[in-house]
Design a protein around this ligand. Sequence first.
Ligand SMILES: Cc1cc2nc3c(=O)[nH]c(=O)nc-3n(C[C@H](O)[C@H](O)[C@H](O)COP(=O)(O)OP(=O)(O)OC[C@H]3O[C@@H](n4cnc5c(N)ncnc54)[C@H](O)[C@@H]3O)c2cc1C
Length: 412
Amino acid sequence: MQEKPLKKLVIIGSGFAGLRALYRLSDYNYHFEVTVVDRHDYSLERPALPEVALEDKPVEAVHIETPPQFRKHEAAFELGEVTQIDAQNKQVILDNGKTLHYDYLLIASGAVKDYDAIKGYREYGYSVCDDTEAARLHERLKRFEGGDIVTGAARSEFGHRVDAPELKAPCEGPIGEVMFMMDHRLREEGKRDKSTITVFSPSEIFFEDVGDNAREPVAKLMQERGITLHTGKELTEITEDSVIFSDGSALPCDLAIIIPPYKAPEYIAKSGLGDDKGWVPTDKTMKHLDYDEIYAIGDINALAQPKLGHIAINQADVAVSAILRREGLSDEEVPFTPEVFCIMNMGGHEAILIYSNVLYGGEYDMAWHSPIAKLMKLSFDEEYHYTHGHMPPDTVVEALEGLLHRFAKQKK
Ligand SMILES: Cc1cc2nc3c(=O)[nH]c(=O)nc-3n(C[C@H](O)[C@H](O)[C@H](O)COP(=O)(O)OP(=O)(O)OC[C@H]3O[C@@H](n4cnc5c(N)ncnc54)[C@H](O)[C@@H]3O)c2cc1C
């Protein structure tokens, strides 16, 4: 009897979402022939980047070498840049001249951080969003003798084809880390008295993706540490000594640390797969609204709001379970359950765990400031790194969620 050919499944991107999908699929190697495409042969652990910038963590410690993982999980690897997807002919086109055919495509190529959208960024701005930028900030801090520090997220734009919360800043957690870690670092160096730390947000509410129970403890800690806040400020320009906003106002600034606008990669729009702002619109199984073989997971997906690793992981599980059901390999239906779960490093022994789903009409909303939260962050980062991008086992995650649900019910 002739064996059925394996289904060709291509994953674009080996970040949080792509690696999770690969690992979830690896029990089904007898059914799929998986190829991962990435422009790098490592996966970048973005949540650890503030430590590269502010705590002397080496850049190599936030790179997870991926080719050995692809071999272990019997996936092929194409090192290259995807330049176009030909959805009619089910092909992925790479800059190295190769074309990959697929039966299923998982787009997991993340969001582009558009530094050049902010005038003056390349000369005067700094960020923690990529490894090169975090390392550049680290070098700058060695020469920083105190002054006015301004940190915040620039405004990002999202389309309207799917029903997702409208956020002006897709991820303000790193700003929370920068402001507290900077405060800690400057105190350690004896430079806090010579410095100010000012935060801005493009939204009317800083941390607009959570509720008051999560926000208030953060606001209290900011007040205690002398960190000031300006909301409703859309960054347009960084100069040698100021940051300038769209309403014409400006803040004095010796060091600007920003999250640039997030934008969708151009190859998505060029391939006719994006919404009005280029993000990939999908249903809640992560399947493209117009193409049955294409799924999108992680930051690139228009439903991913806010843009968080935690949501990327959930979306990878949802998409893989949907594909397995379609292939008759499993009955499991993983639901899309977006929620904010992040642990903000505050420097020293401190961190704050934020858990909230009120943005999606849920009832959980909390912030927990504790050295135990710091321990959890360190353990998570170490585990993620040393297991090459694996999440803690499902039983551990379920136990933690059970605990959080007991404490996180919103006080009315
Ligand atoms: C500083 C910082 C701290 C954060 N902290 C947290 C946190 O504590 N908790 C949390 O949940 N989230 C956090 N996030 C958000 C989280 O990092 C992202 O949501 C997550 O990385 C998204 O995963 P992804 O797989 O969608 O995209 P990415 O991680 O960006 O991965 C995309 C992959 O696709 C590849 N790629 C892109 N385009 C192409 C192309 N054209 N061709 C080939 N390959 C391509 C890239 O090389 C990359 O490997 C943080 C983000 C930042 C910036």
